[in-house]
Write a protein that binds this ligand. Structure first.
Ligand code: SF4
Length: 101
């Protein structure tokens, strides 16, 4: 059920998203397999064929997908998706204000 990045989707999402790159993580032990994330951001999430548990396809999605990733995080009924802003390489923060300039 995987899908690639949507061509031609660049622009508005990147313009309204955070300045820093996003890093995505999933907790497969919390996932209930609802599939909401796959519907919201099919280029970033997929589900295992055997049980529907989430599979992360892209840990550092392109800016054009940031809005979808944020929506997937907020819409996950199991709170199994964590989106962090990457301050520097290897350093992440839950909120952008925590990142040092
Ligand atoms: S929305 Fe959450 S619970 Fe549903 S498949 Fe995705 S990670 Fe799992």
């Amino acid at each position: 059920m995987s899908a690639g990045r949507r061509p031609g989707a660049a622009g508005s999402d990147a313009a309204t998203g955070p300045d820093r790159p996003l890093r995505v993580a999933v907790d497969q032990d919390r996932c209930c397999g609802s599939g909401m994330c796959v519907l919201t951001a099919p280029g970033v999430f997929d589900q295992r064929d055997e049980d529907g548990i989430v599979v992360l396809l892209d840990e550092r999605p392109h800016a054009e997908l940031w809005r979808q990733v944020r929506d997937a995080e907020s819409g996950c009924p199991s709170q199994a998706i964590e989106v962090s802003e990457e301050c520097q390489e290897g350093e992440v923060s839950q909120v952008s204000e925590e990142c040092e300039e």
